[in-house]
Design a protein around this ligand. Structure first.
Ligand SMILES: Cc1cc2nc3c(=O)[nH]c(=O)nc-3n(C[C@H](O)[C@H](O)[C@H](O)COP(=O)(O)OP(=O)(O)OC[C@H]3O[C@@H](n4cnc5c(N)ncnc54)[C@H](O)[C@@H]3O)c2cc1C
Length: 412
């Protein structure tokens, strides 16, 4: 049997290992003390803590869904929840998500400005937007851009939205026509066209449940951060062991240092080094009971951008008689600042714990995808593959990571 090393035991590494384990001898190397990467959870005072975000699963890809349900029992182990997302605006107003379908709930003066914007958009000639900022303005008009899209997205990306290329967000952006926006506001249609309008969630243990199942029957070596991979003849050597192929599911930024013997990728080093990213501070809180799954926080005076009411995803996520949530801040934030900000939020959050994860949002520039693809093509000639959110520097959700693993292994 050919031997394959998988570096990184997040959802990408575990999924690809499961896909290949019947045909190949697989060894997974994981740097942390337990696998799971960004989707790990732990119990704190009886509450389930998603240490980064609050992961839910859904997908548009039927092959991903089919593969997923071959591991889990949809009826017995999961619930299909309806998304009830809301936007918290000034004056303590909750506007159902997405805002463009619900602008009729705003003040009269805002409604009239938004109508003028939309009529203008409807009349004007369509020009292909060059970046995220142009896209949002062309799609929704100046007023919705100013009160929601700009402040919310600037909090997440911490940059001028004109610097974000559209290619990166392909397939992830809402594209309603002006007619559809007006219709939704008049008929008060519920949010149902979005891929995220419903989602699957494990009845017990949240995304940790996915990891626990996907690690079964795999040879995983935790506390084993791979720091060097050497090309020897037609094989790859990790820790004095030879492999026929390597699937790298770690972070592309480590590659120039790791691939330092028998192979030369130095011409990519500068561009890899310049790749930008954001981290996330995820705060576990107990909150007042509320009906929401997510609450978006565009207000620029409040630093966090989202409350994820994980306690509403499954009752078992809460300590007895409590309701828990995670609150996300972009990048690092001190405990003192966290506590000051919690006072500005709805549902009186009570701080329990926080965790800062350095790499959460890869940022692509217009040349990033081309550079990564060139590197991938070069390495694949030698049976070395890049897979996952940070190895490919793609804005993947779990389903896209699984989809990328399906695509990769279809050639094995
Ligand atoms: C705030 C937030 C919320 C999100 N919410 C959702 C959601 O609701 N639904 C959804 O589908 N997706 C969501 N995502 C996206 C999802 O988290 C990712 O798509 C997915 O976790 C990426 O998995 P991965 O295996 O590619 O990377 P990671 O999870 O980062 O895994 C990489 C693994 O490799 C290990 N590693 C790295 N380098 C080495 C090395 N040199 N040697 C050994 N091991 C190494 C790391 O320790 C880690 O375990 C969210 C992401 C964020 C940031």
């Amino acid at each position: 049997m050919e031997k394959i090393a998988i570096v990184g035991g997040g959802i990408s590494g575990l999924s690809v290992a499961q896909m290949l384990k019947e045909k190949y001898e697989i060894k997974v190397f994981e740097g942390a003390s337990r696998p799971g990467g960004l989707i790990k959870c732990e119990r704190i005072d009886g509450n389930l803590y998603h240490t980064t975000g609050g992961h839910v699963f859904n997908t548009k890809r039927s092959d991903v869904l089919e593969w997923f349900w071959s591991f889990f029992d949809k009826e017995k182990e999961f619930t299909l929840a309806k998304r009830n997302a809301s936007i918290f605006l000034q004056e303590n107003k909750f506007i159902p998500y997405p805002i463009e379908n619900n602008f009729h709930l705003l003040s009269e003066s805002l409604i009239s400005k938004i109508i003028k914007d939309l009529l203008k958009i409807n009349k004007s000639e369509k020009i292909t937007p060059l970046n995220f900022k142009e896209f949002l303005k062309q799609q929704f008009g100046e007023t919705l851009f100013d009160i929601y899209f700009k402040p919310y997205n600037e909090k997440i990306w911490q940059c001028d939205l004109a610097k974000i290329p559209l290619s990166w967000l392909e397939g992830k952006l809402p594209m309603p026509t002006v007619e559809e926006i007006f219709t939704s506001n008049i008929t008060k249609a519920e949010e149902n066209k979005f891929v995220h309008s419903s989602f699957y969630y494990p009845q017990e243990e949240g995304s940790q449940f996915l990891i626990d199942r996907l690690t079964l029957n795999l040879d995983i070596h935790c506390n084993h951060k791979v720091e060097s991979i050497e090309r020897i003849g037609l094989k790859w050597q990790i820790n004095r062991e030879l492999f026929d192929r390597v699937i790298f599911c770690g972070n592309i930024k480590q590659l120039p240092a790791i691939l330092n013997k028998g192979i030369n990728i130095s011409r990519f080093s500068e561009e890899i080094d310049s790749l930008e990213y954001h981290g996330t501070t995820t705060v576990l809180c107990e909150v007042e009971k509320n009906p929401y799954s997510w609450v978006y926080l565009p207000d620029s005076k409040i630093r966090p951008h989202r409350i994820i009411c994980t306690g509403n995803f499954s009752k078992s996520n809460n300590a007895v008689g409590k309701m828990s949530a995670t609150i996300e801040f972009t990048d690092f934030i001190s405990e003192e600042e966290i506590i000051k900000n919690l006072e500005l939020l709805p549902f009186s959050p009570k701080y329990l714990l926080h965790h800062y994860e350095q790499f959460t949002y890869p940022i692509q520039h217009s040349s990033t995808r081309e550079m990564v693809n060139l590197l991938k093509t070069d390495l694949e000639k030698d049976n070395f593959y890049l897979l996952g959110r940070f190895a490919e520097w793609e804005y993947y959700n779990m389903d896209a990571a699984i989809g990328a693993a399906i695509d990769l292994t279809s050639n094995f």
